[in-house]
Design a protein around this ligand. Structure first.
Ligand SMILES: [Zn+2]
Length: 255
C-alpha cells in the first residue's frame, strides 16, 4: 500500500539553466534562478460558479498537464489572454490539483471519524483528473482513498456510489470500485437491513450503474463465488483500481 503523499515524478526545471552566463568560474553565477525554473509568465484560472481565481505560472501548468499545454500554447483565446474559466469545475479540486502540479504530491487526505467528511473530495478530484486525462493522478487518488477505507474498514455507501456515477466516465476506476462496494453491500449485508426495494429505488435513477451491477452479479455467478471480499481490504491489490489494464505493467514503482 502506498502512503498518502508518495508521488510520481520529481519537479523538473521548466526551463534549462541559463546559457548566456559569461562567468563559468563562479558556479553561483550559473545556478538556475526561481524565474529560470518557473518562468515569469502567469495565467489566471477562474474556477467554479464563484469564479475562484488561481494565479499560476504558465510554464509549470503547461509542463505538468498536457490539457493546459493544448489550451495555453495554442491559437485559442485563452492563450492570447492568459486566462481561462472553468465554471463547471470545483475550486477545491483545482486547489488540490495545483498543489500536485507544484509539488508532485497529492495533499494529505483524511476523513473525519464523526462527520465522515473528507478534507477534500476524492470523487470530485478524480472527476477533474479524469477530465484532464491524468491517469497517474487518478491512480494516486484511488490508492489514497482506498488506504483510508482499508484502515477504517469503510467502503463507499450508496450516496458516494451514486455521486461517483454522476461524475465519472464509463469504465472509470472509481466506478469499478463503486460497483464492487455495491456488490459487497448487496451480497454480504444483512437482508433485513438492506431489502431489495432499497436497491430498486437506487437503480432507477442510475441506468449505467444498473447495467454494471448486473454485469457484476453475472461475474460473481460465473466465478462461483460464495463470499465476496470487501473492496476496502488490503488483500485486494491497488492495481485492481488503476487505469492500466490487467495485463499491462503498473507505472507506479511502489507496487
Ligand atoms: Zn497498478
Amino acid at each position: 500500500m502506498s502512503d498518502n503523499t508518495n508521488e510520481d515524478t520529481e519537479m523538473q526545471s521548466v526551463q534549462g539553466p541559463p546559457t548566456d552566463s559569461g562567468n563559468v568560474a563562479n558556479p553561483t553565477a550559473i545556478r538556475p534562478t526561481f524565474d529560470n525554473i518557473f518562468g515569469t509568465e502567469m495565467v489566471d484560472l477562474f474556477v467554479g460558479p464563484e469564479k475562484k481565481r488561481f494565479h499560476v505560472h504558465k510554464s509549470v501548468l503547461c509542463q505538468r498537464v498536457p490539457y493546459f499545454r493544448a489550451m495555453f500554447e495554442s491559437e485559442f483565446i485563452e492563450a492570447q489572454e492568459n486566462l481561462a474559466t472553468f465554471p463547471e469545475d470545483n475550486a477545491e479540486s483545482f486547489d488540490v490539483l495545483l498543489i500536485w502540479i507544484y509539488t508532485g504530491k497529492l495533499q494529505q487526505l483524511r476523513r473525519d471519524s464523526v462527520s465522515n467528511k473528507w478534507t477534500w473530495s476524492p470523487i470530485d478530484f478524480f472527476q477533474l483528473a479524469e477530465k484532464l486525462c491524468l491517469p497517474i493522478v487518478m491512480d494516486r487518488t484511488m490508492d489514497t482513498m482506498r488506504a483510508i477505507d482499508c484502515e477504517t474498514h469503510m467502503g463507499m455507501g450508496l450516496g458516494s456510489i451514486s455521486n461517483t456515477y454522476s461524475k465519472t466516465g464509463t469504465k472509470s476506476a472509481m466506478r469499478k470500485y463503486a460497483i464492487d462496494c455495491l456488490l459487497f453491500i448487496f451480497f454480504e449485508s444483512k437482508r433485513h437491513q438492506w431489502p431489495v426495494s432499497t436497491f430498486q429505488d437506487f437503480m432507477k435513477d442510475n441506468p449505467d450503474m444498473a447495467v454494471d451491477f448486473m454485469e457484476g452479479i453475472r461475474a460473481v455467478y460465473d466465478q462461483k463465488k460464495t463470499r465476496l471480499l470487501n473492496p476496502s481490504n488490503t488483500k485486494i491489490p491497488n492495481c485492481q483500481y488503476h487505469c492500466h489494464g490487467a495485463d499491462e505493467p503498473c507505472p507506479h514503482s511502489t507496487h
